[in-house]
Write a new protein. Structure first.
Lengths: 250, 272
């Protein structure tokens, strides 16, 4: 569904991504982990052409999004939902108005239908009753959940999550993880998650990829990922006190 | 699509290369800012077709017009008073102070009204636009709009452009009116020019063309301020520091363009 074909991205004189190639299947939860500054968010931004590869190409099904423009790019982007690190809610709109925004601007739904969809989305992320609040009036975790509600309200095929649990308390972080898993199972949404949180990744991911030096040094299901001998992965796992037996072995 | 990637990712080899790159980047900036301005102007008709966007247009007009009214009022009044006093003192040396009304009126309509309005709007409204959009850019809100296939230019810039297109000429005219009143106060109270003579001289010497050219200047200044400020906002990088830099650049560039374009428009409409 999503395919990177030898993507190289130069930023600040260095190759942040270095001939990166991989493929994500429909309905999969694909989690990208790695140290800070290794290009995880850059990888995600290439999937919706917020960034363009210096070399190589990015494909969404049969469309090369890295070369798309105008209405062609809009059509591909409409298949995506994107949860930004900070939620990226518009500050002068209430939470409900933020969630309703893509429906109001891009669909011909009536206000009643939009209201119903917004209520459903708010309920899905556990924010029912908070729709009237403004982003500045809610916590960082609630902003993330509101951002997630906006990302899914248009019923996208693919949702990209940029650090969905960073800065959250462990309970809220696990709630978000469960929500990602539930959306994947109930709606068949393909999910790409960028995260530092390996524990969450091990709980929800179908495959985990470790990005270091512009390349994936390991791409495998969680049980194989924790058992690998790859040194970069091992040190990353050790730093989060995860043994070769995985979370159960802690 | 709003470009948010650096054109050059490496350091220049030498000073000449650095200068050449600055020229290329400058030309690119002008081209992209011009393109965004045209897109925003083209988006104005669609604004009036959508009810929700009309509300945003009205809100922007309120912010630009009503919120800046106190500053504009003071500046307009004192511009007219200063003009009246300076011109009046010189004219009195020749016992011609009765012409103070015409000098104040023509100066304000042709130049000072739109010029002062442009500067105030660039400082108050343009800086605010650049800061707001710049903050949205560094907070990924602009990227979020793009991913939702909502054009930030149509969604954010077009309502601001439409508001400026309406409010700049209106505020310019208001500045002129207050300036003429200010000049009149100085003329009547300090130069002993009879009020009826001040008014008749002001009305006799002013031509409709002066008013139209002044309003055209104000309109152009409004478009330029919005174009520059929004472009600076959309291309903001590097967090809070970048927002500050974008705000400063938007004000400086707007000031310079107001001066240069003011001269060009005057030269186009008035023969030597």
């Amino acid at each position: 569904m999503i395919r990177f074909d030898k993507v190289t991205k130069q930023l600040g004189g260095r190759n942040v991504l270095d001939e990166l190639s991989f493929e994500i299947q429909k309905g999969e939860i694909f989690t990208i982990v790695g140290p800070s500054g290794t290009g995880k968010s850059v990888t995600l931004k290439h999937m919706v052409r917020l960034l363009t590869p210096t070399r190589g190409s990015v494909w969404i099904d049969g469309t090369e999004i890295s070369a798309a423009n105008g209405s062609g790019l809009d059509r591909v982007r409409e298949r995506f939902g994107y949860l930004f690190q900070g939620g990226a809610l518009l500050g002068w709109m209430s939470v409900a108005e933020n969630i309703a925004l893509p429906l109001r601007e891009k669909t011909r739904l009536t206000e009643d239908e939009i209201g119903a969809r917004v209520t459903d989305a708010l309920r899905a992320v556990g924010l029912e009753g908070d729709g009237g609040k403004f982003p500045s009036e809610i916590s960082g975790g609630m902003q993330k959940r509101a951002g997630l509600a906006r990302a899914i309200v248009n019923r996208p095929e693919i949702v990209l999550y940029d650090e969905p649990t960073s800065g959250l308390d462990p309970v809220t972080a696990r709630t978000i993880d469960q929500l990602i898993k539930r959306l994947n199972e109930e709606l068949g949404i393909t999910s790409v998650v960028v995260s530092h949180d390996l524990q969450g990744a091990l709980l929800i991911a179908d495959r985990i990829a470790m990005l270091t030096g512009g390349k994936f040094v390991e791409v495998s299901p969680p049980e194989k990922f924790v058992a690998t001998a790859q040194p970069d992965v091992r040190s990353f796992l050790d730093a989060q006190f995860i043994s070769k037996k995985g979370l159960a072995g802690m | 699509m709003i470009t948010r990637e650096p054109v050059y990712t490496d350091e220049p080899d030498n000073a000449l290369t650095g200068i050449w790159r600055s020229v290329v980047l400058g030309v690119g900036d002008i081209g992209r800012a011009g393109s965004l301005t045209v897109q925003a102007l083209a988006g104005i008709p669609a604004l009036f077709a959508a009810g929700r966007r009309r509300h945003e247009w009205a809100r922007q007009m309120f912010l630009m017009g009503i919120k800046t009214l106190p500053v504009i009022s003071v500046v307009g009044m004192f511009t007219g008073m200063i003009l009246g006093l300076q011109v009046g003192l010189e004219l009195r040396r020749f016992n011609q102070e009765i012409y103070i009304g015409s000098a104040v009126m023509v100066s304000l309509l042709r130049e000072m009204g739109p010029f002062m309005t442009g500067l105030i709007l660039a400082a108050c409204v343009g800086s605010s636009m650049a800061a707001q959009i710049g903050t949205m850019t560094v907070n990924d809100e602009i990227a979020a709009l793009e991913i939702m296939s909502i054009s930030p230019v149509r969604f954010l810039m077009a309502p601001r452009m439409a508001a400026m297109v309406v409010m700049t000429p209106v505020l310019s005219f208001y500045t002129c009116v207050l300036g003429v009143i200010g000049g009149g106060i100085v003329g009547v109270t300090q130069l002993n020019v009879p009020l009826d003579q001040y008014i008749s001289m002001a009305m006799d010497f002013a031509r409709m063309r002066d008013l139209y050219v002044g309003l055209l200047k104000a309109l152009v200044f409004g478009v330029v301020i919005t174009g520059v400020s929004c472009y600076e906002g959309f291309t903001t990088t590097q967090g809070a520091v970048g927002v500050g830099q974008a705000t400063r650049r938007s004000v400086i560039t707007s000031f310079l363009l107001i001066l240069v374009l003011g001269y060009i428009i005057t030269r186009l409409f008035y023969d030597l």
